[in-house]
Design a protein around this ligand. Structure first.
Ligand SMILES: Nc1ncnc2c1ncn2[C@@H]1O[C@H](COP(=O)(O)OP(=O)(O)OP(=O)(O)O)[C@@H](O)[C@H]1O
Length: 214
């Protein structure tokens, strides 16, 4: 469902990605590991079409996103892909319920029952009428997970989604996320530094010196 072919990306003179290829089947859950600065976030941004590679192809469900115009890219970002960022990017002026519903509404797939179920499973029910400034970092992270899953994305890209959580909470959030990803039939690509969490996914790929290995 996701195919990367020979992706190259440089920032100035630094080649961050140097011929990265990867094929991920629908429903797989993949851990993306690698040292700090190895290009993991860069790779997620390229797959989310937030940035473009210098060379190479990215296909999602056999549709090439690298050659798309701006409108098609925006439609792809709205409909097919969801990103959980390291900094959550919650919308300060919206309450938690509206934050969770946000991407699903944009995609035209808002489902109140599913949003309520996500809030319940991620332990957010008590805080739906609060605002982002009134929740903790760990809660904000769980809200970002709920928001990403609310739209039932085909492809879920997560940048260290449990990085701010203590071990027990991180484990619980990952377990809930995996169950929900399976229920929605999404494909998950998750950056993690955790050698404890990575093996829980179906596959681990490692980025090093611009190259990817299994
Ligand atoms: N917009 C940019 N302009 C210039 N250099 C950049 C830019 N974005 C990233 N880089 C550089 O590219 C390299 C890869 O960064 P990236 O954030 O993808 O790494 P990462 O593996 O996600 O790191 P971390 O685990 O620390 O989050 C780093 O050396 C970074 O400084």
């Amino acid at each position: 469902m996701l195919d990367l072919v020979n992706i190259t990306k440089r920032y100035g003179t630094v080649k961050v990605l140097d011929g990265v290829s990867l094929s991920v089947a629908a429903g797989e859950t993949v851990a993306l590991v690698g040292e700090s600065g190895s290009g993991k976030s860069t790779l997620l941004h390229l797959i989310a079409a937030l940035d473009a590679p210098d060379a190479g192809l990215i296909q999602v469900n056999h549709i090439e996103i690298t050659g798309m115009g701006e409108r098609a890219r925006a439609e792809y970002r709205r409909q097919d892909v969801a990103l959980i960022f390291q900094q959550f990017n919650l919308i300060p002026s919206l309450d938690i319920a509206a934050n969770i519903a946000f991407q699903a509404r944009l995609a035209g797939r808002y489902d109140a029952d599913w949003c309520a179920a996500l809030a319940e499973r991620l332990g957010l029910t008590e805080m739906l009428s609060r605002y982002p400034e009134q929740v903790s970092g760990g809660q904000a992270q769980r809200i970002a997970v709920a928001r990403a899953l609310a739209a039932r994305p085909k492809l879920l890209l997560a940048d260290e989604p449990t990085g701010n959580l203590d071990e027990a909470t991180g484990d619980a959030v990952l377990a809930a996320m995996q169950e929900l990803v399976e229920e929605t039939g999404s494909t998950l690509l998750m950056v993690t530094h955790s050698t404890r969490l990575a093996p829980r996914l179906s596959r681990i790929v490692s980025l090093r010196a611009g190259r990817l290995s299994e």
